[in-house]
Design a protein. Structure first.
Length: 148
């Protein structure tokens, strides 16, 4: 398992990103995903807006964007699953933590696990898909002790 987390902001997040990596490793271990590789990249609102505009044709900030490489069959390796990249807006982590009344750690962990589930093929386009994905997110957060 290889999980890399990159902080491309000016904000000092060493402790928070170390804890995030432990959480994601715990989830992957629990799910028996020992052969995965993916990145989490922490960026600001202006950068995520640019990515959202360029790749999704939506000209506004968003909280998390996942780029799943497994959707592209040219990256399909037998022994190793190269999942892709998760971009998280640090600005949205701060504002949504305040808006939802929970901690920075909870919001960052929620967005990361949400992005990872997208990389693993989960989605929330239908009520049934949403129920499955959101239940999996909550189970992971609760199991690791990250509550509201």
């Amino acid at each position: 398992m290889d999980i890399e987390i990159f902080n491309e902001t000016e904000e000092k997040l060493d402790k928070e990103l170390s804890e995030l990596k432990e959480f994601l490793e715990d989830f992957a271990s629990h799910e028996k995903l020992d052969n995965i590789i993916f990145n989490v990249i922490i960026i600001d609102n202006s950068r995520i807006r640019k990515i959202n505009r360029e790749y999704r044709n939506i000209d506004r900030e968003t909280d998390v964007i996942s780029f799943a490489l497994e959707d592209d069959k040219t990256f399909n390796l037998e022994e190793i699953r190269v999942l892709g990249d998760i971009y998280i807006s640090i600005d949205k982590v701060h504002s949504q933590a305040l808006e939802y009344g929970h901690s920075f750690k909870r919001e960052l962990s929620f967005l990361a696990i949400h992005g990872l589930l997208h990389l693993l093929g989960y989605d929330h386009m239908t009520p049934e898909e949403e129920k499955i994905m959101f239940q999996k997110q909550e189970e992971a957060l609760t199991r690791y002790g990250i509550t509201r």
